[in-house]
Design a protein around this ligand. Structure first.
Ligand code: ADP
Ligand code: MG
Length: 255
């Protein structure tokens, strides 16, 4: 498989008048086409910084990011970014929130509208298109945010702690549902999470970062076998606990 995303030797220093913060040190990794990669690490170590750099929102102090072998130095339409907070606009309806990105990018075609309608029907949101985000549950809002991102048809999706605002049960169900949506569409995914079980149940590979300045401490391949084809099923696999212990030990050794 070819590399979809290559992160090559990224360093990041934040500067202010009073101080300088070294957030990332020589971060290198790559993600294959269709792969699901998770990034875990202590709070404040630099995980969101990595996603912001890959998204082209933040220029790194040193190093490069490539998508399909092309250098990224600006926001790329190949990338979709779902933030920790769903960033829905409360004064717009579900429908207008979803179409906003397409309108901004001048991509609002009849074909796109048909795709969006189908996604809304598939994910049980069709009856809510005229509602405002404040009238929806946390899980529904998260699905609206995902449809809005998917409507732009990005190849690569960046997810920054996408489920952390949800209660435990919703979180398990929504992550299972969203995983199936993304796999069906064969997206390449980079997800930041502090939930080890979430990372293990959803990913093909996990990268563990050190304390700030973040360095890659460990890379772990996850493979449960073909019969475990959803995150909820993976949580039942005998290997789940082994992966969990390995990650737990690695993260605890950082303290
Ligand atoms: P994480 O997502 O792992 O919690 P972040 O990438 O948000 O961590 O931040 C990493 C470090 O960089 C933190 O110490 C944070 O305070 C610092 N940082 C993040 N953004 C900025 C910024 N815009 N200016 C200065 N420092 C920042
Ligand atoms: Mg963060």
């Amino acid at each position: 498989m070819v590399d979809k995303v290559t992160v090559s030797n990224i360093c990041m220093n934040y500067h202010s008048i009073k101080s300088s913060t070294k957030a990332l040190e020589n971060i290198c990794f790559s993600v294959k086409d269709g792969e699901f990669l998770s990034i875990v690490g202590p709070s404040g170590c630099g995980k969101s910084t990595i996603l912001n750099i890959i998204a082209g929102l933040l220029p790194p102090s040193y190093g490069h990011v490539y998508i399909d072998g092309e250098l990224i130095n600006n926001v790329s339409t190949k990338i979709g970014y779902m933030f920790q907070k769903d960033q829905l606009f409360d004064w717009l309806t579900v429908w207008d929130n979803i179409l906003l990105g397409l309108k901004i990018q001048h991509k609002l075609t009849d074909e796109k509208v048909t795709t969006v309608k189908q996604l809304l029907k598939d994910y049980n949101l069709w009856n809510f298109i005229n509602h405002h985000p404040s009238e929806l549950s946390g899980g529904m809002r998260q699905r609206v945010a995902l449809i809005r991102t998917l409507a732009l048809n990005p190849d690569v999706l960046l997810l920054d702690e996408p489920f952390s605002a949800l209660d435990y049960q919703t979180r398990l169900n929504i992550s299972d549902e969203i995983y199936k949506i993304l796999k069906k569409q064969n997206k390449t995914i980079i997800m930041v999470t502090h939930d080890l079980s979430e990372a293990i149940s959803m990913s093909n590979r996990i990268i563990v970062l050190s304390n700030r300045p973040a360095k890659v401490r460990k890379e772990m391949s996850i493979n449960f076998g073909p019969e475990y084809d959803s995150p909820l099923k993976c949580r039942e696999a005998p290997k789940f606990r082994l992966y969990f212990n390995e990650l737990w030990e690695e993260l605890n050794s950082l303290c």
